[in-house]
Design a protein around this ligand. Structure first.
Ligand SMILES: C[S@@+](CC[C@H](N)C(=O)[O-])C[C@H]1O[C@@H](n2cnc3c(N)ncnc32)[C@H](O)[C@@H]1O
Length: 278
């Protein structure tokens, strides 16, 4: 049972963060949607001659359908996160008198290139991406070819040496990771590996669901960020609470964007201390 044949456009304020036009799809959401957690949300999309059920966190399925990721998350559910995180990074750089053109960014959980696209508009000269989902690379090649200098499908929890060599050669001075931490996506170990690829004094720009900043969070990120901050591994420069997107119920989902300087690599002992490392 469904409450409507699609989310009426105009239900939410129009905040376009995607310059690329996306094909329109008919999308409908389940009734009783208020009871679904963010990780359980699903929709049905009309494809060819039938409605197909897709979980919102099934990125492989969504990337495989041209423009669906943009239509669903950006046009229908009004996701603002790439603009919010990149905007906070740009503001912080301006405050510090550093040009965005000097950034060499590693976009972790890069997906089909939404963050890379915003970073390019800031004038960032080098952007490389990593994702774990092969369909993301295919969607990127299909929809935004040439956007990234390098784009690897790899698992940073256990990356092949060859991938690490390629990433080290990029000499990153900025890590960006947007809408990809927690919810069984990027675990703290992979974040740590990416963080360690960034030069000291480099930048780290990311977002987390607001509730992940509470002590009840079990994703490990609250403990990790708190420990990194406490022990001077990170120096937080700016943070901002904002509406990441609407849930399928229409409720606003709040995230916190954070921009910090990396002061040094994450000590092995810190990962053991927070219980997310070997
Ligand atoms: C919500 S999407 C965000 C994509 C993009 N950053 C954006 O803002 O549009 C989350 C992405 O994280 C990727 N991801 C999940 N687990 C990952 C992991 N362990 N390593 C790298 N990427 C991962 C998913 O494949 C997906 O592309």
């Amino acid at each position: 049972m469904f409450h409507s044949s699609s989310v009426p456009l105009g239900l939410f304020p129009v905040v376009s963060t995607t310059p690329s036009p996306a094909p329109a799809y008919a999308i409908r959401f389940p009734e009783g949607k208020d009871g679904l957690s963010q990780d359980e949300e699903w929709c049905e999309v009309y494809l060819d001659t039938e409605w197909r059920r897709i979980r919102l966190h099934d990125y492989g399925a969504i990337y495989s359908i041209p423009g669906l990721y943009e239509h669903l998350f950006y046009q229908t559910l009004r996701c603002t996160s790439p603009a919010a995180v990149a905007g906070l990074l740009a503001e912080t750089l301006a405050h510090e008198g550093e040009p965005a053109t000097g950034l060499r960014v590693l976009d972790l959980g890069a997906g089909n290139g939404m963050v890379g696209e915003v970073l390019r508009t800031l004038g960032v000269a080098h952007v490389s991406g990593v994702d774990i989902e092969p369909a993301a690379a295919r969607a990127l090649e299909r929809d935004r070819p040439g956007l990234y200098d390098r784009y690897l499908i790899t698992d940073l929890c256990d990356p092949p040496a060859r991938d690490l060599d390629i990433l080290r050669e990029c000499r990153f001075n900025c890590l960006a990771t947007v809408a990809a931490l927690g919810f069984g996506d990027i675990p703290p170990e992979a974040f740590r590996r990416a963080f360690d690829l960034i030069e000291p004094q480099g930048w780290v720009a990311f977002n987390l669901k607001e509730s992940f900043f509470t002590r009840s969070d079990d994703s490990g990120f609250f403990r990790m960020i708190r420990a990194l901050w406490d022990q001077g591994v990170l120096q937080v420069q700016a943070y901002k609470r904002y509406c990441h997107r609407r849930a399928i119920s229409g409720e606003e989902l709040y995230y916190v964007a954070m921009v910090a300087r990396k002061m040094r690599d994450i000590p092995e002992a810190l990962m053991r201390q927070i219980g997310t490392g070997a």
